[in-house]
Ligand binder design. Structure first.
Ligand SMILES: [Zn+2]
Length: 295
């Protein structure tokens, strides 16, 4: 990524407990991942400075091949199906159905569509202007403010952050802001990479979730619980989580993980067997967690 220069990097204390005591885990794409010796949170340090970090998301994030999402639109049908599944996993734990809802990092608004279908009064936050235009065109209200600058008196019965928490530069501050945006019987539903997942352990440094310019914190169930509790929240449910994938998605992953020959053989096999429309729910080493107010 062109914007990564040493002058843009800064060392920060542990974003969860404030400790400066950490040990090196490994280096990914020139960035060091460290584990806090006090609270065990894994984070990138040093990392892109807070003042620069939002620039990543406001300019063609969804079209970049180096960061963000490859071909977000091409995979739209997979995302919609994934969001439907996640909503069905969240639904049994909701204390209120159909009030005001906020989807943070709503991208093209596919989850907002589902919330609307399910009777919620949904709105979004999205930093990418092209995505915001798409969301507005569907009649949703969408803010361009990151959580730390998000204001107003409105409170929500459901707040969703799918693949967002690991990006937030002001983690504890943002977690408290989120708790403050929640109504008493509200739920926060989030999906984030799980550093304790089997996939992370098997793939090590090659785990696709390790994107150190944007994924700056890596949670486990334990560190997520601590973040929740220090923000006046409790974790009411956690489950391992994935996304719908098709065979071309898997092909791209094989290329990315450095198996080009296997990928090419795989592609021929897909064609020969007529399997190009098949899709299934694939583990991504993520977790889905539901948070509610402590009392
Ligand atoms: Zn810590």
């Amino acid at each position: 990524m062109a914007i990564v220069k040493n002058t843009l990097l800064e060392a920060y204390p542990c974003p969860l407990c404030g400790s400066e005591d950490r040990r090196l885990l490994f280096v990914v794409k020139g960035f060091t991942l460290v584990r806090c010796r006090s609270c065990t949170l894994v984070y990138v340090n040093p990392r892109i400075r807070n003042e620069k970090i939002y620039d990543i998301y406001s300019d063609h994030y969804f079209k970049s091949n180096e960061s963000g999402y490859d071909n977000y639109e091409l995979a739209a049908h997979l995302r919609v199906r994934t969001f439907r599944r996640w909503y069905q996993e969240i639904k049994p734990y909701l204390l209120i159905q159909g009030g005001p809802a906020l989807d943070i990092g709503c991208a093209a608004g596919y989850f907002l569509d589902i919330l609307r279908e399910e009777g919620w009064n949904a709105e979004g936050i999205e930093l990418d202007p092209e995505m915001r235009a798409q969301v507005r065109a569907k009649g949703f209200s969408v803010s361009d403010k990151p959580i730390e600058h998000f204001d107003g008196d409105k409170r929500y019965d459901l707040i969703t952050l799918f693949d967002v928490l690991e990006h937030l530069p002001k983690l504890k501050n943002d977690a408290r802001t989120l708790a403050g945006l929640l109504r008493d019987k509200g739920t926060i539903a989030l999906v984030t990479p799980d550093f304790d997942s089997l996939q992370r352990k098997l793939l090590g440094k090659r785990w696709f979730q390790l994107k150190p310019t944007e994924h700056i914190h890596y949670f486990t169930r334990g560190t997520l619980r601590r973040l929740a509790e220090e923000s006046g929240l409790k974790v009411v449910h956690t489950v391992s989580s994935g996304q719908y994938a098709d065979l071309s998605f898997l092909h791209n992953r094989l290329v990315r993980y450095g198996f080009p020959h296997l990928a090419a053989a795989f592609k021929s096999l897909i064609k020969a067997a007529g399997l190009s429309k098949m899709m299934w729910y694939a583990d991504t080493g993520s977790m889905l967690a539901l948070l509610q107010k402590k009392n």
